[in-house]
Design a protein around this ligand. Structure first.
Ligand code: SF4
Length: 184
């Protein structure tokens, strides 16, 4: 069994949707070995092999698997988080058991959508990045025509929580992000 247990360690407001929560759960051991196999069997994942992260999109929710923890976004309540974690635990362990029969997929998979990024930007359309709106900035960012560091307000204390989630998402999708702002 690759994932024996997990423990919810943080419950935060969901930044993409204020009605929902974001949940962080520590896992009992390293789980990254199964990521390329999950990437092979699930549709629409974002896999970052060098960073060892796999983001799964399911029913409009985002689950990001890291080597030592799992982040769940757009979650209704703790009960739903528990149900998803049980589902993920079973999925991880069943996939790991069958790994010899699943050809690993190391490709990045689905790209991030501009709207996913836009929801995590300050949303004040201040034009400091040179774009007229935050949405225009998000479109350029997914097209890799502009860098996240051009959004000055995002790196202020006020937007720290949004920034944490956005940088994590960008890193998982293989974008360059300033490492000094990433959570350890
Ligand atoms: S600098 Fe940031 S907050 Fe201002 S318009 Fe650009 S993306 Fe939006």
């Amino acid at each position: 069994m690759l994932l024996e247990s997990y423990k919810i360690t943080r419950i935060l407001p969901c930044l993409a949707d204020p009605e929902k929560i974001r949940v962080i759960a520590e896992v009992s051991g390293e789980i990254y070995e199964v990521f390329p196999h999950l990437n092979a069997i699930l549709k629409g994942c974002i896999y970052n092999h060098p960073a060892l992260t796999l983001t799964i999109k399911k029913d409009g929710k985002l689950f990001t698997l890291h080597a030592h923890h799992i982040t769940l976004a757009k979650i209704e309540d703790e009960k739903e988080a528990e149900e998803i974690l049980i589902w993920l635990k079973n999925l991880i362990n069943e996939t790991y058991e069958k790994r010899d029969k699943i050809e690993p997929n190391y490709s990045k998979g689905a790209d991030l959508k501009a709207l996913d990024i836009y929801r995590l930007l300050p949303g004040i359309s201040c034009k400091k990045c040179g774009e007229l709106t935050c949405l225009a900035f998000a479109v350029k960012l997914v097209g890799r025509e502009i860098e996240i560091t051009k959004c000055d307000p995002l790196f202020s204390e006020k937007y720290q929580e949004k920034r944490n989630v956005l940088l994590e998402l960008l890193k998982a999708a293989g974008f360059e992000v300033p490492s000094e702002f990433l959570n350890p």
